[in-house]
Design a protein around this ligand. Structure first.
Ligand code: HEM
Length: 475
């Protein structure tokens, strides 16, 4: 029932609102539109009509798990050919979701995280070697490129005992190029209906098939190597780890752990889907979050100084900070939260009605009807965040401010049973890395840089380069 929901004023037969749809930045365009049309609005491209929710009140309703659940829709559904019934793309009713969730959740426990910590530090040190050389040579660094190397190596090594050698390459790893290819293609498929694909996306579809094949091959090789070595990842210098409940990394869990109650295991095909899921979901959004945070730290030296003072105070002379020392970086964490508020790198998620219901008391929804929560708009709702909602201010996340805010107003990791399983992983990794970088470098922007944000389902600052200068007298 869409009658009461506003849409853009000019609608064409067949094309709908497709004209004026900027294929490259649909999320930012929807935000601009939402500011004119209000907390709920709809857009139509060809035959597909999407309802967007960006107001805090309606978004909080959609977060009610008794009435709504995840919907595998815009963006997510287009990734089914790549990620199948892996955790991120599984339908709620698919038995493999619960199975994989239960088998893999212990891989994100506190003990597991503490086990990954030394490997996260190793990877961060590789990044700093690279930045030291650039800084000494007076060269700027490619922030999104380097953050992607860092986060890909981190998930690959901690989760799969695999080394992509990203820092030994000048170009992105082909895995990353294939991944960006499939994400970009999935984004374009949001507005192009099936019958028009041969016409509009023929070359792109061919390319996408090659990208998917490459992802599959990479993953199959990785799994083969593990199977032939008989399990327990993370050889290669750091020794065998024990993550408390059972040993080994995510890949060991996928291959060897059976469900605690049913005794069931993941099938070979499902393992393949999970490995791709985790390699992609486990690095792309964290890379963006780190990049946005670094952009703001370079842009606002007073905020950087405050964060740096905290790192110096909490870490002292410890060269390799311990797991516990990361959670104590409260202000650094606020910088990260504030970056994820303005630019939630997974910028939307969908919710469907579990039964016939009425949204906001006025919009009837049939069972299965769904809406897209535009996180980026929710995070800038002036009723929650004030008239200066577009301004970067980490103090919005100090303890008192957080307590005084309504629930479900900050949702960078989604909501409910299908919220992000890697949330703690991402926050720990990103806080650690920001702490290390703040402690070691003064960051400054290139003169004249203005933030531009690229979209490939996820958000990423475009062309962001920084000057990094070693601080004097620090480790
Ligand atoms: C789900 C965001 C990092 C793995 C999600 C969802 C969001 C999200 C919004 C829910 C999507 C939906 O409702 O359709 C983010 C952000 C991250 C991040 C912003 C970084 C800043 C990670 C990491 C991992 C990961 C590091 C793995 C190591 C997953 C998986 C799911 C998921 C497997 C699907 C969970 C399920 O449905 O059971 N993430 N994520 N994410 N994320 Fe993340």
């Amino acid at each position: 029932e869409l009658r009461r929901i506003p849409h853009p004023p000019y609608r064409l037969p067949v094309l709908g609102d497709a004209l004026g749809t900027n294929l490259r930045t649909p999320v930012q365009e929807s935000l601009r539109l939402g500011r004119r049309l209000g907390p709920i609005f709809r857009r139509k491209a060809f035959t597909k009509e999407i309802v967007f929710v960006g107001g805090a009140g309606l978004a909080a309703e959609l977060a009610d798990e008794s009435r709504f659940a995840k919907h595998v829709g815009v963006g997510v559904a287009n990734l089914r050919p790549v990620a199948g019934d892996g955790l991120f793309t599984a339908y709620n009713h698919e038995p493999n979701w619960q199975l994989a969730h239960d088998v893999l959740a212990p891989g994100f426990s506190r003990e597991a995280m503490a086990g990954y910590h030394p490997l996260m530090l190793d990877v961060a040190e590789r990044l700093m070697d690279h930045w030291d050389r650039a800084g000494a040579a007076g060269e700027t660094v490619d922030v999104p490129g380097d953050m992607t190397k860092l986060t890909l190596e981190t998930i690959a090594r901690t989760g799969f005992g695999h080394d992509f050698g990203s820092f030994e390459r000048s170009r992105p790893h082909p895995f990353v190029e294939a991944m960006v290819g499939t994400l970009t293609y999935a984004q374009r498929r949001n507005v192009v209906p099936d019958p028009l694909v041969p016409l509009l996306l023929r070359g792109a579809s061919r390319h996408n098939r090659a990208d998917m094949a490459y992802l599959d091959e990479t993953v199959d090789a990785l799994v083969r190597a593990r199977r032939s070595s008989g399990g327990t990842g993370n050889r290669g210098g750091t020794g065998v780890r024990d993550h408390g409940a059972g040993s080994g990394d995510l890949l060991d869990r996928m291959l060897e752990t059976s469900h605690p109650r049913t005794g069931e295991r993941l099938s070979a095909e499902n393992v393949r889907r999970q490995v791709i899921t985790f390699l992609v979901a486990g690095h792309e959004t964290t890379s963006g979050a780190l990049s946005f945070a670094l952009h703001y730290l370079a842009r606002y030296p007073d905020l950087a100084a405050r964060a740096r003072a905290e790192v110096d105070r909490v870490w002292g002379d410890t060269v390799r900070p311990g797991y516990e020392q990361v959670a104590r970086l409260r202000y650094v964490r606020r910088v990260l939260d504030e970056a994820l508020r303005l630019w939630p790198t997974a910028p939307a998620f969908s919710r469907e009605a579990r039964a016939d219901t009425v949204l906001g008391g006025v919009h009837p929804m049939r069972r299965g009807a769904w809406a897209l929560v535009l996180t980026m708009m929710l995070h800038r709702d002036p009723e929650v965040w004030g008239a200066d909602a577009d301004r970067f201010d980490p103090d919005r996340f100090d303890a008192a401010a957080v307590r005084s805010r309504a629930p479900h107003t900050f949702k960078p990791f989604g909501t409910g049973a299908r919220a992000c399983i890697g949330r703690q992983f991402a926050l720990h990794e990103a806080t650690l890395v920001l702490g290390l970088l703040l402690r070691r470098y003064e960051l400054s922007p290139e003169p004249g840089y203005r933030l531009r944000v690229a979209e490939r389902l996820t958000l990423m600052p475009e062309g962001l380069r920084l000057n990094v200068e070693r601080r004097v007298g620090v480790a």
